[in-house]
Write a protein that binds this ligand. Sequence first.
Ligand code: APR
Ligand code: PHB
Length: 390
Amino acid sequence: MRTQVGIVGGGPAGLLLARLLGLAGIDAIVLERRTPEYLRARIRAGLLEQGTVDLLNDIGVGARLDRERLIHDGVELAFDGQRRRIDLKALSGKSVTIYGQAEIQNDLMDAHEAAGTPIVYAAEDVSLHGLTGEQPHLRYRKGGKSHDIACDFIAGCDGFHGVSRQAIPPDVLRIYEKVYPFGWLGILSETPPVNHELIYNNHERGFALCTMRSLTRSRYYLQVSAEEDAAHWSDDRFWTELKGRLPPDVAARLVTGPSIEKSVAPLRSFVAEPMRHGRLFLAGDAAHIVPPTGAKGLNLAAADVRFLAEALVAHYKTGSAQLLDGYSTKCLARVWKAQRFSWWMTSLTHRFPDASPFERRAQGAELAYITSSRAGQTTLAENYVGLPFA
Ligand code: APR
Ligand code: PHB
């Protein structure tokens, strides 16, 4: 077998890239470890920047998104019993979109089914070879048989636990990492959201986030210890703890109900540099992880893939390697801005178990400053809605 671009991973990054390449007439094969059923059911975050919505529309997978999305012009921060709204639209000119990333996975899979993109699901033991030569290739096993695909380029879109990043020699790769001393316990429930916009709550019992998937489906998160087991959280315990962390007027109108899903996710900041090694290009979570505060994960993956598709298309159309050569530097400039923002939003809204009384006071002052000064509000707003593309 041979293809122009071999894509490892069929999450949002891999499927977006495959679609962009397919539309430009470039062949790609996607190798994905999981089954389609597993991918379609995987629950993820739910907030999209306008740039991500535009990209989905450009590649023809925006129809259901346009029908079902909720558009939010603002977001709230709650602390010390007060609620402060940041008017995203007035401050930045942009809004954000609520639409489950799981829905995007489904929309992309449907588009690929219709287009007939070769996607190998349940591909086992994927490995990458010859990355610094002229003709890299991918090997995998399926149904007890080994397969080999010769490629011009390989895109490593296989997420944080994938094999692509690990195929880069450790002496070439620089890793920057920060692990937070807490995780998020999330639940999804078939209940109306407690507020029409998101509320990020900094409370002495810990951070809580009120978000949603639709007008009838809510998603709530609680800061918990990183080792917490979701099995120790009955629905009752979750709702009681959430109420305790919300401002009283919000807690009073919280509608509770049975959870559809409940899980704990650790919080991590991670960047691997460079995002290219020979003919391998990393994109999305394979190269970087942000803590979920601000929901930049999928938005960053979409930005990487947009740059990578542009560079590959330029290569095949003009023979120029200029954009491919600039890929890593261009992505990392955006990645680090989103890293800084996600880390800062996390630092602003969470209770750090080892914070000194001084640090706690400074955090309170920063919340007061950010929510009261127009400059402070603007710095949050312009990052939250997504920085402009260079
Ligand atoms: N071989 C093949 N596929 C693999 C392998 C492997 N060895 N390892 C992982 N994968 C697959 C995973 O099963 C997954 O479907 O790669 C895919 C990676 O997808 P994501 O983890 O979703 O990463 P990415 O596509 O970069 O998405 C970026 O989107 O929904 C959000 O929160 C999510 O931040 C993430 C963002
Ligand atoms: C979500 O809706 O799941 C979500 C929204 C905003 C965040 C994180 C998660 O900052």
